[in-house]
Structures are given as structure tokens and as C-alpha cells.
Design a protein around this ligand. Structure first.
Ligand code: TEU
Ligand code: CA
Length: 559
């Protein structure tokens, strides 16, 4: 594999609205991010991915952009961003923006002009169809946020437009070369500003299976999930290849795709040598608890399920390309609350989860707050849905209700699965509003901030925060970094439940042993341990033949 500048980097995702508020309006902003650059330097972060900060009505918290060339005043100014890019560069930290081009906002100029003249050039920037009341819709696809993906075109009773996400996010018609050219121009404008690259949003959706047609309904709303259409859509490579040629490649820019539903055959084209993207995220564990969205009883994800999903995806990608590894992001509930048994949740088990994903092949992405072990909201924190915010919540709640769950249980399902769990303000300290703002934040602070906050963890050598610092330092240790970045990946002990162990073989041979259960265990060693490089356990007991692991012990050993 040709070596690239981003291969040995550590990335960090910022959700700007919830990271740091610098002007006391309860909303995080760019100046707040600038004020924490030294924090990222201390932590060892090389790449900062910012979720959208562009001009937006924030119907989907910025993933609905009304002007790609401007910053939303709630986040700051273009000057603020130029300062962040420049100061980041001085510190060797690259800024990665979010590229949201499957759709734009219904308040974007393009859409306004399309509504004024649907048959004009801007009308063709979207999917606008003729439609009379009572007539069947062009297709029965369900929006990702629930309901039909068709909406009446403002000002036209006989026209409708497509939105696979929120109705304030009309889909852009990538079949139109003029639209594509506008997008490439915008991407290059940002790359000329000196950003390091882009995270590419919901990109698999830009290629629709046309002409529009129905798919088997998979709920009692008579609609069909987008998955069915995406399985049949072919030819996305024409768009993604052109985009890469016209933009990213010209700047050796880092591009990471948010890709779901990709076909195995497309993997080499997506992230292989000269692929459309530098990398794509490993979402292999994000569907493991899907079914618990419509059931009373909690279904916990087992250690083996978690392990097997990740290991299978890494084997699938091996020798093809480079994954970006996560345990959470702004669309997923907190990893420690999702992948660790509630009864086993502790600083110790949180460190085990951190170590498992951090030393895998690929680029580790840390989502803000993950480095201090921030958790989901509890049912006792929320007594009604209006305490929450996300536009995706209604569909989660209604799906539970339609599945026959009483309101209380439907609310619990929502609290467990809501994206808002990832969007509560960063917990900097035990001060008011967790030190995020001097004013009431736009979204509630998780009431556990007095227990879980950065200030306290910085002072505690055994904290989750300091363990992340050690993980980053180990992955960057000149003696071992090559093995962690390029070393072969070999699953181990997969015949034993609750063990998550794998080997990395490069110019060193390193084994990650994790006993992902409360019960202690002794395991036979395949080869004697030379050095313990890192562990969340103060005292690791082993001999020539055996290694003793207490509950949720993680041991990184050179053999
Ligand atoms: O998400 C795309 C996506 O498909 C999933 O996140 C999914 O739709 C979502 O989790 C449903 O609950 C991207 C962004 O990450 C997300 O925040 C935006 O809402 C979405 O695109 C639309 O831009
Ligand atoms: Ca602010």
C-alpha cells in the first residue's frame, strides 16, 4: 500500500454547537474551538473534523446548508475560521470540513430559484416532479427521518420535490453536470483556503435508481426503506470518480466517506489505490441493536457480537484500503453506554473499550467527550420528549408507539437511541453548565457532569482521559507506530466468548488481549510476552505460558 500522509494520524470529531461556547449565548462556536487548540496539541490530535458550521437554518443542526461559502453567525465568522485554519497549521493540526452535497437547505438560493422557476436551470438542480392531489407519488421511499420522501414544492400545488432526509433538505440532482460543476468549484474554493480535507456526508444517496419506482413496503406506513433502492442503484462511481479527479486528488486532500450500504465489489473503487476516497468509516457495529428500537426489553450487544462485527469488517477491507475507526459520532448514542453492559460500566471497562478500537488498523477518530467517557442520558434525566431536540427523534418515538409500546417505554426507547445522547455539551468541569458556557446551553447538559468532566480527569492519573493520552502516545511511539499503522491484523481466541484479542504484525509483533466480561480468566499464551506496553490494569500477572486477566482487563504486549 502506497504510504499517505494521513495513515499515521489521530483524528478528532468536533460537534461545534456542543463543544465550547466563547460568547455566552449557550451555543458552541469557532472561537470556542480556537481556545482549545492547545488542548488538542497536548492530547496529540493531528486532524480536526468539524461537523457543519456553514450558513444554515439548523433544521438538521447544520446538515442543511443554505450557503456553502459562508459561516453561520451562531458559529462565528469566516475570519474566525481562517484563524482556526492558520493556528491549526502552526500546531500541525489539519482542519477537515464536512461536505454535505447529497442535499442542501430549502433556504439555499438554488432551491429558492427552483421554486420561482421549476422548469428553469435551477429546477434541474433538484428532483421536481409534476403531481396532482390524490395521484400516486413517483415512489414510496421513506425518508431517513420517517414519512414520505416527497413534499409539495412551495408555491406550486402541482409539483413535488424529493428529500430523502428532512423536508428542509431537498436532494441535489447529481445527474445534472451543471450542478456537479458548482459542487466541485465549491470544494476547491475550500481546499484553496488551506483545509486538510473533507468528511463526506451521506454520499451513497447521491445515485438514485431511476426512473422512480416503488419497493416492497416494510412498515405499516406502506413505505419502503431507502436500503431497498440503494441495493439496486448502480453507477455512483461516475460521480465519485469525477469528484475525486476534479477536487481532492489535485490537493492530496484527505477525504473520508460516510458510507453505508456499499457493495463489496465497490470497495476497491471506493478506498483502494487511487480510490474515490482516502478512507471510509467502519460502521460495522452501529446496527447491532437496531431491533431493540421496537421492543420493550433491552437487548444488550454481547462482547462476541461486537468483536465479530469489527473483525469481519477489517478482514473484508484488508489489503484493499484504510478504514477510519470509531466507537461513536454525532449520529450514534455514546459507545460506553451501548457496547458495555450497564452493570459493568466503569472507568476500567471504558478503558478496555477504548483500547480495543484504538489499536486496530486504520485511523482512530475520537468523538468529542469520548476521551473522558461521556455517557448517554438516563431515563430519569428526561421526563418528556420536549427536553430533546433532534429532528430524527419523532420517527424513533412513533416507530416504537406503532410497534405497540406504551408511551413510557417508547420514551425509554427514544432516550436510548436518540442522537441527542452524543450532542449534550462537552463536560469541561464541574462548574455551572459543565464549564461549556456561562449561559443556559441550547441542549441540556448531562446531569452526571459533576462526576464525569475533563478538569477532574486531568488530575487523576487513572482516568479515562489519561488512558486515551497513553493510547495516543503508544500509537505514535517511533518504536511501535509502524506496526500499529501498517502491521498485519490477525484475530485471536475467537473461539472463546467475551475475549476480544488480536495481533498486529509489522517490524514488531504486538498482541492486544481484552477480557470483555466481569469474570476473571486465565488464557494460554501463543507466544511468551516480552514487554507489557500498556494496560488498564495496575498489575498484570503472567508467566511463560499463561496470562491472568481480571474483568475488563486490557493488556497490550509485545511478544
Ligand atoms: O447521516 C447520514 C445517515 O445516513 C445516518 O446518519 C442516518 O440517517 C441517521 O443516523 C438517521 O438517524 C448524515 C449525518 O451524519 C447526519 O447527522 C445527517 O442528519 C444526515 O447525514 C443528513 O445530512
Ligand atoms: Ca456561542
Amino acid at each position: 500500500m502506497e504510504r499517505k500522509w494521513w495513515h499515521n494520524k489521530i483524528a478528532y470529531q468536533i460537534y461545534p454547537k456542543s463543544f465550547m461556547d466563547s460568547n455566552g449565548d449557550g451555543i458552541g462556536d469557532i472561537k470556542g474551538i480556537i481556545s482549545k487548540l492547545d488542548y488538542f496539541k497536548e492530547l496529540g490530535i493531528d486532524i480536526l473534523w468539524l461537523s457543519p458550521i456553514y450558513k444554515s437554518p439548523l433544521a438538521d443542526q447544520g446538515y442543511d446548508i443554505s450557503d456553502y461559502y459562508d459561516i453561520d453567525p451562531r458559529f462565528g465568522t469566516m475570519e474566525d475560521l481562517d484563524e482556526l485554519i492558520a493556528k491549526g497549521k502552526e500546531l500541525g493540526i489539519g482542519i477537515v470540513m464536512d461536505l454535505v452535497v447529497n442535499h442542501c437547505s430549502d433556504e439555499h438560493e438554488w432551491f429558492k430559484k427552483a421554486c420561482e422557476d421549476p422548469d428553469g436551470p435551477y429546477g434541474k438542480f433538484f428532483y421536481i416532479e409534476d403531481h396532482k392531489e390524490g395521484q400516486p407519488l413517483p415512489c414510496n421511499w421513506r425518508s431517513y427521518f420517517g414519512g414520505s420522501c416527497w413534499e409539495k414544492l412551495p408555491g406550486h400545488d402541482d409539483k413535488i420535490y424529493l428529500h430523502v432526509f428532512h423536508k428542509k433538505q431537498p436532494d441535489l440532482n447529481w445527474e445534472n453536470p451543471l450542478l456537479r460543476r458548482e459542487i466541485y468549484k465549491m470544494i476547491n474554493w475550500w481546499l484553496d483556503k488551506g483545509i486538510a480535507g473533507f468528511r463526506i456526508d451521506a454520499i451513497i444517496n447521491i445515485k438514485k435508481k431511476l426512473p422512480f419506482s416503488d419497493y416492497p413496503a416494510d412498515r405499516d406506513d406502506g413505505l419502503s426503506s431507502m436500503d431497498n433502492m440503494l441495493k439496486e442503484a448502480v453507477g455512483i462511481g461516475e460521480f465519485l470518480g469525477e469528484m475525486a479527479r476534479e477536487t481532492f486528488r489535485k490537493y492530496d486532500a484527505f477525504s473520508v466517506g460516510e458510507v453505508f450500504n456499499e457493495k463489496d465489489s465497490e470497495l476497491p473503487l471506493f478506498i483502494g489505490e487511487n480510490g474515490y476516497f482516502s478512507s471510509m468509516f467502519d460502521f460495522s457495529t452501529t446496527h447491532l441493536d437496531e431491533e431493540s428500537k421496537t421492543r420493550y426489553e433491552e437487548k444488550e450487544i454481547t462482547a462476541s457480537e461486537y468483536r465479530d462485527a469489527i473483525f469481519a469488517n477489517h478482514k473484508r477491507i484488508e489489503g484493499i484500503g484504510y478504514l477510519s475507526n470509531i466507537i461513536e459520532n454525532h449520529d450514534e448514542p455514546r459507545g460506553v453506554s451501548r457496547y458495555i453492559k450497564t452493570s459493568d460500566l466503569s472507568e476500567h471497562s471504558k478503558k478496555a473499550l477504548a483500547g480495543i478500537y484504538f489499536l486496530l488498523p486504520g485511523i482512530p477518530f475520537i468523538y468529542q467527550g469520548q476521551e473522558i467517557g461521556m455517557e448517554n442520558l438516563k431515563s430519569s434525566d428526561i421526563d418528556s420528549t420536549d427536553k430533546l431536540d433532534d429532528c430524527a427523534n419523532a420517527d424513533i418515538y412513533n416507530t416504537a408507539i406503532n410497534a405497540g409500546l406504551p408511551e413510557k417505554d417508547a420514551l425509554n426507547v427514544l432516550i436510548k437511541h436518540s442522537r441527542d445522547n452524543a450532542r449534550t455539551p462537552f463536560q469541561w468541569s464541574s462548574e455551572a453548565h459543565a464549564g461549556f458556557s456561562t449561559a443556559n446551553p441550547w441542549l441540556l447538559v448531562n446531569p452526571n457532569y459533576k462526576k464525569i468532566n475533563l478538569e477532574a480527569q486531568k488530575k487523576d492519573d487513572d482516568s479515562v482521559f489519561n488512558f486515551y493520552k497513553e493510547l495516543i502516545a503508544l500509537r505514535k511511539d517511533p518504536e511501535y507506530t509502524d506496526t500499529f499503522v501498517y502491521g498485519k491484523f490477525t484475530p485471536m481466541y475467537t473461539d472463546m466468548d467475551n475475549l476480544i484479542c488480536y495481533k498486529r504484525t509489522g517490524d514488531k509483533t504486538i498482541i492486544i488481549y481484552t477480557n470483555y466480561q466481569a469474570k476473571e480468566i486465565d488464557i494460554k499464551l501463543e507466544s511468551p510476552i516480552k514487554t507489557i506496553l500498556l494496560s488498564n490494569s495496575k498489575e498484570v500477572r503472567f508467566n511463560e505460558k499463561e496470562l491472568h486477566l481480571n474483568g475488563y482487563d486490557l493488556v497490550v504486549a509485545e511478544v
